[in-house]
Ligand binder design. Structure first.
Ligand SMILES: Nc1ncnc2c1ncn2[C@@H]1O[C@H](COP(=O)(O)OP(=O)(O)OP(=O)(O)O)[C@@H](O)[C@H]1O
Ligand SMILES: [Mg+2]
Length: 431
């Protein structure tokens, strides 16, 4: 996967970015004052050699995070145990008191492996891309999480299990902004990706896929703990999976949130009208459904308002058609926002592709952080260029799909198909 960077592409500003973080270029070791001149010359040599670098060697990326170095190597060699949806459902429907310790032990083993496999993905990046400060920040967070989880005392009692679940909650809090950092890193470094290379897209797909899987498992543990505290068995929830999600309610909730964002940005927002199987209920991870709706409604609302700049003309509503069958829950989200032209349509799936003008709306908090499903209700309406590819990853995660049909000069229809997560959904592994 070594990427050959053409030296001609490496401007002096790029080199200065690369030279800034000493810890990435120098082997970490303690230094005395008398070594300072050696440091300077070593640093200069490192800078020079950085210009020739193509990609990281194993372990090199983590200079400055030496504590994690051996751990990454050690855990990444181990094999992940895939979790299937039906197994998760069965397990989560048992009495949590009897399962919580088992699932905490499983996570205690499994998360360091998954984290270190993510960390390994950073080493495969071309050197100049790995130097991006936002990617390095994500790397640092993952390395710290690996350190904290792998050092955690073995889970033997329920008290240990509660303490471990607290560590997991802290992990979720600490990693709220990972998607925004990845988006910023992607935006800044995509110009260094040689034409035709999918190195960055592959990196993002792997990191984000794994992140979704880890968060489902962690949220499941946290949800099981909450369900255990309630002491009464819920018929509506099995850990993180909602057994009777009412899409109408979720759509109404996400419409309120996205309308507020749209109002804040444009001073008005289109109505959302529902039709079809309004009483449908299905089994799914609700925060995933919320994320999907949030991103698609944001896009539909933005398009609807931008296509109709005349405030005196009422906005055409967004229509959402709901459909439930034995296997799936399907939604069609239709807007009259002018559609997407044939040349732009395939680009919508590219990481970092956006038609938002950077100058007008500088990249900021973005609609891509926080909670299980990367929500940030008070974030921006658009601009990261992560909404469509991320939504596709969420839709396909449990075997569903996301498709777009555009009528350029009229509007867009987005089709979301989500698997009903029942015991029959046997073949769906979680990341
Ligand atoms: N319903 C739609 N109508 C018209 N254009 C759309 C629609 N949905 C997506 N697009 C186009 O696809 C582009 C990419 O969408 P995507 O959601 O990935 O990024 P974004 O909305 O620009 O930023 P963000 O990641 O913050 O959501 C948008 O900038 C827009 O040009
Ligand atoms: Mg968007």
């Amino acid at each position: 996967m070594a990427m050959l960077l053409q030296r001609s592409r490496m401007s002096s500003s790029v080199l200065s970015t690369m030279s800034a973080p000493k810890c990435w270029l120098l082997r970490s070791r303690s230094r005395t004052t008398s070594e300072s001149s050696e440091v300077t010359s070593e640093n200069n040599n490192s800078r020079r050699s950085a210009a020739k670098r193509t990609s990281y060697g194993e372990g090199e990326f983590i200079d400055g995070f030496d504590f994690a170095k051996r751990k990454v190597m050690f855990y990444s060699q181990k094999e992940q145990i895939p979790v299937k949806v039906d197994a998760l459902l069965k397990f989560s429907q048992q009495d949590p008191k009897s399962t919580l310790i088992t699932s905490a032990r499983f996570l205690n083993r499994e998360l360091p492996i998954r984290l270190s496999q993510c960390l390994m993905e950073f080493y495969k990046l071309p050197y100049i891309i790995g130097c991006n400060p936002h990617f390095r920040e994500v790397y640092k967070k993952y390395a710290e999480a690996l350190n904290s989880l792998s050092e955690h005392a073995p889970v033997l009692t329920n008290e240990d299990q509660i303490a471990f679940s607290k560590t997991l909650e802290n992990y979720l809090d600490d990693n709220m902004d990972v998607i925004t950092m990845l988006a910023k890193g992607t935006k800044e470094s995509s110009r260094y990706v040689p034409e035709g290379s999918d190195v960055l897209a592959t990196f993002l797909r792997k990191i984000i896929q794994s992140r979704i899987g880890m968060r489902v498992l962690i949220e499941n543990q946290i949800a099981l703990n909450r369900q255990a505290e309630l002491k009464t068995k819920s018929s509506k929830k099995a850990g993180v999976i909602g057994l009777a999600i009412d899409p109408k309610e979720v759509i109404n909730k996400m419409t309120k949130i996205t309308s507020r964002m749209c109002h804040n940005r444009y001073g008005r927002a289109p109505k959302v009208i529902l039709k079809g199987h309004l009483d449908a209920k299905f089994s799914y991870v609700q925060p995933h459904l919320e994320y999907i709706l949030q991103e698609l409604l944001k896009n539909a609302m933005r398009a609807s308002v931008e296509a109709n700049p005349d405030f005196t003309v009422p906005l055409a509503p967004i229509r959402i058609t709901l459909c439930k069958n034995d296997q799936d829950f399907i939604m069609r989200i239709s807007d009259e926002g002018g559609g997407i032209d044939a040349e732009t349509l395939p680009k919508c799936w590219q990481w970092s592709f956006t038609t938002v003008d950077d100058e007008a709306e500088p990249i900021g908090g973005g609609g891509g952080i926080g909670m299980l499903a990367d929500q940030e209700p008070d974030g921006k309406l658009a601009g990261l260029g992560f909404g469509m590819p991320m939504t596709k990853m969420y839709c396909t995660y449990f075997g569903g799909s996301l498709n777009v049909q555009s009528m350029h000069n009229f509007g867009t229809d987005v089709y979301v198909r989500l698997k009903n997560l029942t015991l029959e959904a046997k073949d769906q592994p979680l990341g």
